[in-house]
Design a protein around this ligand. Structure first.
Ligand code: CAO
Length: 415
């Protein structure tokens, strides 16, 4: 039995943030019923299409293991059906623009009245405050949550990261809120409202940058490259380039082939515990006892020299050779892997982190499987549903409509 077997989720999510959350819950065994507008569906079905008239990879990779029902929840019949679904489900998840569900006639108070056990979970761009009514997409959240101002090279423009910390990151936060509320319902018997704002989710992931903001009041941030370069700090946490975010200095360094291969780089961390091993490997044994290099505080003003010497060595090796040499010596390094390399990596296929999925219209495609592994609740990744693929079965099983009533609802354009 799957961990969340028996939990019914009314999935009103679209685009990326909400679907990430409900996909995870589906992988853990919940019955996720994705509600989509008749004839239209989730906008991502048609976005960034690589094959004409076929659900995009954007959609298929975010909606595995779900069932799709079409429903016009603004029509009278649609509202009737939705009310019945709220009665039957445990969790309702949505990430509409602010106020959309209220305009539909289903504010939280109404949902609670229909089903007091319902957990109502939503994602918005911002929490209560001056921006609460704003629509928000990934990069807006990265900018408003502090990620962009602290990402990029010193002196350069703010940079957004390829990791979807605003959308998928907030979806993860919401999933945790939902299972917590489900656990609480076991004791209280009542549902509750779970809200996450993308700005908050991003800021939570940028916690160390708010840490640095406060450290700045007590002096320069000595582990930042700019300290060693004698560049004064301003009032706010600066962009740190590829400097390591933790107390162990690290950088991205060139490896053999970097002139032609954009990903021939390694991350290299000068962990204090293995400093002597690093000195031996890079051919600087004298640094082990040199007072300018032997301790972490002594090294801080000389990090450019340190990483320059390490890079002279890494440039003689491929990124994988660096890993092979450093790993046995406990030196933390990591190759910069391209998406091509990741998609071809056998060990990721073996663990189900990268999966090949069959789709009736697009054939086989690669997806990222569930990154959370439960020993007693393994995940089988199933393809995303076609628009309205399960409308009839859901209207029968969940809503309890007869064939005639379903025909009537279709006639009225409600489903
Ligand atoms: N039946 C009838 N109407 C439906 C429906 C259905 N099944 N599903 C959606 N609708 C309606 C909504 O009720 C809404 O109508 P109103 O504007 O009249 O209230 C309308 O469709 C559009 O919904 P929306 O405003 O949420 O969609 P959008 O494309 O205009 O905005 C987005 C998209 C993502 C900017 C917005 O939903 C948002 O800010 N969401 C919250 C933050 C978020 O999750 N952002 C991340 C998105 S991933 O990058």
């Amino acid at each position: 039995m799957k961990a969340l077997a028996g939990v019914k989720i009314l999935d009103f999510t679209h685009v990326q943030s909400g679907p990430t959350c409900t996909q995870l819950l589906a992988w853990f065994g919940a019955d996720v019923i994705k509600v989509e507008r008749p004839g239209v569906g989730d906008a991502t079905r048609g976005q960034l299409r690589d094959i004409p008239d076929v659900d995009s990879l954007y959609f298929t990779m975010l909606n595995h293991n779900k069932r799709s029902v079409t429903l016009n929840s603004k029509s009278d019949k649609g509202k009737e059906i939705l009310t019945k679904m709220i009665e039957e489900c445990d969790v309702m998840v949505e990430n509409f623009a602010p106020g959309a569900l209220d305009r539909m006639g289903f504010p939280w108070e109404t949902i609670q009245e229909i089903n007091p056990r319902m957990i109502y979970a939503s994602i918005k761009g911002f929490g209560p405050g001056p921006f609460e009514d704003c629509k928000v997409y990934e990069n807006v959240a990265q900018c408003a949550g502090g990620a962009a101002s602290t990402t990029g090279m010193l002196g350069g423009v703010p940079i957004v990261t390829g990791a979807q910390i605003g959308d998928s990151g907030t979806g993860l936060h919401l999933a945790l809120g939902i299972v917590t509320a489900l656990y609480h319902r076991e004791q209280s018997g009542r549902g509750q409202r779970v809200s996450t704002a993308m700005q908050d989710g991003v800021l939570n992931l940028c916690r160390v940058k708010l840490r640095d903001q406060q450290r700045l009041e007590h002096g320069p941030l000595e582990e930042y490259s700019q300290f060693g370069e004698g560049i004064p700090f301003g009032e706010a946490t600066p962009r740190a380039g590829n400097d390591s975010g933790g107390g162990q200095p690290g950088r991205i360094l060139k490896c053999k082939g970097w002139e032609t291969d954009p990903d021939a780089f390694t991350y290299f961390i000068t962990q204090a515990a293995v400093w002597k091993n690093i000195c031996d490997v890079i051919g600087k044994p004298e640094w082990k006892e040199d007072e300018n290099f032997s301790t972490p505080p002594a090294r801080l003003p000389h990090l450019n020299e340190v990483f320059g010497a390490i890079e002279d060595w890494t440039m003689t090796k491929t990124k994988f050779e660096v890993m092979e040499i450093c790993n046995p010596l406990n030196i933390p390094v990591g190759p910069i892997l391209s998406m091509k390399e990741i998609s071809e990596e056998p060990s990721l296929r073996e663990t189900g982190t990268v999966v090949e999925v069959d789709h009736p219209e697009r054939g086989s495609y690669l997806s990222v499987g569930c990154p959370i592994k439960l020993s007693d609740s393994p995940v089988e990744v199933e393809r995303s549903p076609l628009l309205g693929e399960h409308t009839d079965e859901i209207l029968k099983q969940v809503v309890g409509l007869s064939d005639d009533e379903i025909a009537e609802a279709k006639e009225a354009g409600a489903v």
